[in-house]
Design a protein around this ligand. Structure first.
Ligand SMILES: [Zn+2]
Length: 258
């Protein structure tokens, strides 16, 4: 029976049972296995992994684990300086467009509010999410680890927080997206882009009071929904300010983790 030593770094430890966190531990292999399957057998989705070392050398997911290997597994993180090592993907996780799992509707709305390109439906199946992620090169956001184990998903993030506002902060911090916010540029309903329009172009959609008190309008290029600076706008603006202030409570990854 083959024996290997494993060590998971930084936030990958979130997925492990307490006794295996932040230590090197031994594991007996019952059969021939790829390092991808080995990592996922501990509940760590492969989409969370950026670099794998076997005995100090970079390997990819297809590497077949050998007796006596020392395997080190590092998380996805943009600012981690891993230039001497092989990244497991050609394209970094930076491109901020998402497909969001069916039970994270409020998160989807908040991210659209901040201007991110977000595909979401509340009746998505796992298979649909995986297909959209693969075909459109989108990052999957989910709280379902099993979803992230789909082989065709290359970019995914397991959302730790439960509450939607905290989820937004977690994602902005972990993926370092604070410089890419473009609030009020997307339709909250359908993800279409908004454009400025003259009042007469949305006149037929407006309530009498809106017609009377507002003059500046934007409209969704896709579904035609009109937006204006109505009473809910101030609340949304406050929410944006809240999200834009980087949160100190969410931990940023650090390279050193003894
Ligand atoms: Zn729309």
């Amino acid at each position: 029976m083959a024996q290997v030593q494993l060590r998971f770094y930084e936030e990958l430890n979130d997925f492990l049972p307490l006794q295996r966190r932040k230590i090197t531990f031994s594991h007996a292999l019952m059969r021939r296995t790829s390092v991808k399957d080995l990592i996922e057998s501990f509940g760590v989705p492969h989409t969370e992994v950026e670099v794998i070392l076997a005995n100090g050398q970079s390997v990819d997911f297809s590497y077949i684990v050998q007796d006596g290997d020392r395997i080190s597994v590092y998380p996805v993180f943009e600012s981690l300086d891993i230039s001497p090592l092989i990244r497991l993907r050609d394209k970094p996780l930076r491109d901020p467009c998402f497909v969001i799992d069916s039970n994270l509707g409020q998160l989807a709305r908040y991210l659209r509010l901040l201007g991110f390109d977000v595909v979401y439906r509340n009746d998505f199946t796992d298979r649909e999410v995986a297909r959209i992620a693969s075909e459109d090169k989108r990052i999957v956001l989910t709280r379902d680890r099993a979803l992230l184990q789909h082989r065709i998903i290359t970019h995914g993030y397991f959302v730790r927080s439960i509450r939607p506002r905290e989820q937004v902060q977690e994602i902005l911090t972990r993926l370092d997206l604070y410089n890419t916010l473009r609030p009020f540029t997307r339709c909250l309903r359908c993800n279409g882009e908004l454009e400025d329009v003259d009042k007469d172009m949305v006149w037929h959609q407006l309530e009498p009071k809106t017609k009377k008190y507002y003059d500046r309008f934007r409209r969704c290029k896709t579904c035609g929904q009109a937006y204006w600076r109505g009473s809910h706008f101030n609340r949304m603006e406050k929410l944006c300010e809240y999200f834009k202030a980087p949160q100190k409570t969410v931990k940023k990854l650090n390279v050193v983790d003894s």
